[in-house]
Design a protein around this ligand. Structure first.
Ligand code: F6P
Length: 320
């Protein structure tokens, strides 16, 4: 049976990653395994920045955002020669298996390592909720909370000044943060890759909200990478009765203390990852489906198409 495992965080950080590191470490130690932290993602693996983790080392972190292990993106990990260096570092320390906490890019690295004899289990750590093998990713709930908090505040000031706030949220081409936030904040308009961005139509709707509905404010939530929100806010000022203002929430969405939901999700997923490794299983990623913790082969997971959010969009439209 596996005796020594490693854990790393990779890609963009997400609140709840620390809770996952803690769960992996404590469950593994309590099962008689030794645990090593691999610092700065795959980069640290290649460089040999790997240290033992104790129960105390992961104490007092369940409530902390970010990742105590540090994270990095390493596109070069696609090269076999780079991965061979990483595998050598693991062999030197007798580390036989790894838990990789990150997004789909990190999963590809995990599969490649598994193919090279190091069993890896992926945990979905990203605020984007763009991993299709799970209903929710670790960090999504916290990022949503941050957005809702910010938009609630923007609504206050927008109402006072008869303004339209255009709020750009993250998601890396996945509209989940935008549509969930739109519903939770009672926004007037939401634009995601699924709805598209029809400028003329949105301006028309804003004019109706002003003239017919006599709204004191309007909130437009837009997924990143769809349009220049500053320019769009200027067009709102020129073409509607609202004065437009843009807010790009940016990396503030990636920080903060994880919500209880993210902490519990990370803990449940961390436990599952260790259990899989103890059964000698690798090349799988952990997810949650209908509130059950499941695992899916990584190769299959990377090819699952994104489920349509039409129902949520319809709900949003019926709430405006
Ligand atoms: O994947 C998480 C994420 O925050 C995306 O929402 C965003 O597009 C991207 O990472 C930003 O990356 P970086 O932190 O490297 O600028």
């Amino acid at each position: 049976m596996v005796k020594r495992i490693g854990v790393l965080t990779s890609g963009g950080d997400a609140p709840g990653m620390n809770a996952a590191i803690r769960a992996v470490t404590r469950v593994a130690l309590n099962s008689g395994l030794e645990v090593f932290g691999v610092y700065n993602g795959y980069k640290g693996m290649v460089e040999g920045y790997i240290e033992p983790l104790t129960k105390a080392a992961v104490g007092d972190i369940i409530d902390r955002g970010g990742t105590i292990l540090g994270s990095a993106r390493l596109p070069e990990f696609k090269d076999e020669s780079v991965r061979l260096k990483a595998v050598e570092q693991l062999h030197k320390r007798g580390i036989e298996a790894i838990v990789v906490i990150g997004g789909d890019g990190s999963y590809r690295g995990a599969q490649a390592l598994t193919d090279m004899g190091i069993n890896c289990i992926g945990l979905p750590g990203t605020i984007d909720n763009d991993i299709t093998s799970t209903d929710y990713t670790i960090g999504f709930d916290t990022a949503l909370m941050t957005i809702v908090d910010a938009v609630d505040k923007l609504r206050d000031t927008s109402s006072s000044h008869h303004r339209c706030s255009v709020v750009e949220v993250m998601g890396n081409r996945c509209g989940d943060l935008a549509i969930w936030a739109g519903i939770a904040c009672g926004a007037e308009i939401v634009c995601t890759s699924e709805t598209g961005f029809e400028e003329t139509e949105i301006l028309e709707r804003l004019r109706d909200l002003d003239v017919i509905r006599k709204k004191r404010h309007a909130i437009v939530i837009i997924s990143e990478k769809m349009t220049d929100v500053h320019q769009f806010a200027r067009k709102i000022s020129l073409n509607t009765g609202f004065s437009g203002r843009a807010t790009v929430l940016g990396h503030v969405q990636r920080g903060g203390s994880p919500t209880p939901s993210d902490r519990v999700l990370a803990s449940r997923m961390g436990e599952k990852a260790v259990d899989l490794l103890m059964q000698g299983i690798g090349g799988q990623c952990v997810g949650i489906k209908d509130n059950r913790i499941i695992s899916t082969p990584i190769e299959e997971a990377l090819n699952i198409p994104r489920a349509s959010r039409k129902q949520l969009q319809n709900l949003f439209d019926r709430l405006v």
